[in-house]
Design a protein around this ligand. Structure first.
Ligand SMILES: [Zn+2]
Length: 253
């Protein structure tokens, strides 16, 4: 072979090898990029599924009790106070009242105002206490009666997920207050149609039904870890403007 031809052959071979190597390297690079994209997408997906901060997803978060398909005391156990109020409001709306909830801030001792088409102004008021394992006493009942009197309302309803002390019940009876404890509340719900009961269940389990609401701001609280160690607690997401905290034990009982 002539020297000129040989060098041309070498050149063709070198270019061929170079192209081959470049293609392999490019292929590898693209594969790697693809993997990275996948990882990126996966982590994005994970973030979408769990939008709260890592701190709020700690394993110490109280576990939500799964929704029940029918009414029982377990429903009230699983839900936070704001959902309880919403169920009470739904119950009165089903009875034909127009309702106005006043569930956070300075509520003046009234949680729900009830209106009728046939009368101007509120016709009745409702007080809700979503308490667990603590009796509602005569003190709370007297305060509620004070609110009724101040608003010139003759009939009020006091609803609780707990029960009333004996003197609270007596006070209610002699002052036009309908006292609904958990068993009377469940009995009342049981008188409703299946559709109405399901509608109330839907209200109970709406959104993050287990996560408490800040009583001052009306927004959901978030899980916080004390900087100096100790038990996690629920804190208002308006912190530092709102310093309200709720111990997790109180909501996880
Ligand atoms: Zn707050």
């Amino acid at each position: 072979m002539a020297p000129g031809l040989r060098s041309v052959a070498w050149m063709i071979l070198s270019v061929g090898v170079a192209i081959f190597v470049c293609t392999r390297v490019l292929k590898k690079l693209m594969q790697k990029q693809g993997e990275q994209d996948h990882d990126h997408n996966a982590s994005q997906l994970a973030n979408q599924k769990n939008p709260s901060s890592p701190r709020a997803t700690k394993s110490t978060l109280p576990q939500a009790m799964p929704p029940q398909s029918s009414w029982s005391a377990a429903v009230f156990e699983a839900i936070e106070w704001r959902r309880f109020e919403a169920v009470c409001e739904g119950l009165f709306a089903q009875a034909g009242f127009q309702t106005k909830a006043q569930s956070h801030g300075a509520d003046g001792g009234v949680d729900i105002w009830l209106y009728s088409q046939h009368a101007p102004g509120p016709v009745s008021v409702v007080q809700c206490k979503h308490w667990r394992g603590k009796l509602v006493g005569v003190k709370q009942m007297r305060e509620f009666f004070g609110v009724m009197t101040a608003n010139q309302i003759l009939r009020g309803t006091f609803v609780t997920s707990s029960t009333f002390s004996h003197d609270a019940q007596q006070f209610a009876q002699s002052n036009g207050i309908n006292a609904l404890d958990i068993s009377r509340l469940l009995a009342l719900i049981a008188t409703r149609t299946a559709d109405q009961q399901n509608a109330l269940l839907k209200i109970a389990y709406e959104g993050e039904y287990w996560r408490p609401t800040c009583a001052s701001c009306g927004i959901k609280v978030v899980a916080r870890t004390p900087g100096k160690g100790g038990a996690d607690f629920w804190g208002c997401s308006n912190y530092p403007r709102c310093k309200a905290i709720i111990p997790m034990a109180a909501t996880n009982a």
